[in-house]
Design a protein around this ligand. Structure first.
Ligand SMILES: Nc1ncnc2c1ncn2[C@@H]1O[C@H](COP(=O)(O)OP(=O)(O)O)[C@@H](O)[C@H]1O
Ligand SMILES: [Mg+2]
Length: 201
């Protein structure tokens, strides 16, 4: 299966060295891959549900990587490892660890000093996390669950309502989501907040 083409709208194509990291040899189509990844992600969500984490635990490189490994580690050998290739989205790979550290520090500051409303902090964090693009793949799904972890563990609020949405397929919902991310690139977060809260029509 060729995973390097990136035919899906707004998807990151995999590098050759990354597509060989598939752990399950019986996967031969994109659909099967999606199913295995989804099953893995659901197990990660169950693992999260049984636990509480302090803000300091959540806002650490260790947690960011651990969650990615939990979400994709049954499918990909490189799950939880920062990328070592350049992508069309994201910072240069050599800067991933540094940019993540700055984001984690900024987010702690926003929380401690109530710089933005809680929901906006979770969304700004998610937006910048996916813009850094720490991992070879799965950054979108990982960043959405990270935002939910912030909502539940840091702010003790309900998670967002993106889990049920068809975001991996090129649907109109996905287009609305990508457009909202682009508004975030311009520093406007209202669209992404209403999308995450399920109030986008
Ligand atoms: N123009 C963009 N700016 C910022 N983020 C984007 C843009 N286009 C796509 N994305 C994000 O990148 C994700 C795709 O990266 P990828 O690592 O393939 O994640 P996943 O496999 O979970 O979809 C999208 O889901 C979206 O969250
Ligand atoms: Mg992807």
């Amino acid at each position: 299966m060729d995973l390097t083409g990136g035919s899906l709208y707004g998807q990151t194509p995999l590098d050759e060295s990354e597509s060989v990291g598939l752990k399950i040899s019986m996967i031969s189509t994109q659909g099967e891959l999606n199913q295995f990844e989804q099953a893995n992600i659901e197990r990660a969500i169950k693992w999260l549900r049984g636990k509480t984490f302090t803000p300091a635990e959540v806002l650490s490189e260790e947690f960011v990587r651990r969650l990615h490994r939990r979400m994709f580690g049954e499918v990909w050998k490189w799950a939880g490892d920062f990328r070592r290739t350049e992508k069309n989205i994201g910072v240069s790979w050599v800067k991933v660890a540094l940019e993540l550290k700055i984001l984690l520090e900024d987010t702690k500051y926003w929380i401690d000093h109530e710089v933005f409303p809680e929901t906006e902090i979770a969304i700004r964090f998610k937006h910048r996390l996916v813009s850094i693009h720490c991992f070879p793949n799965g950054n979108g799904r990982h960043s959405r669950i990270m935002a939910d972890v912030l909502m539940e563990n840091v702010f003790v609020r309900r998670p967002f309502s993106w889990t049920g949405k068809q975001l991996s397929d090129p649907t109109s919902t996905r287009k609305a989501y990508i457009n909202a991310l682009r508004e975030g690139d311009r520093g406007e977060f209202e669209a992404l907040i209403s999308f995450a809260q399920g109030t986008t029509p």
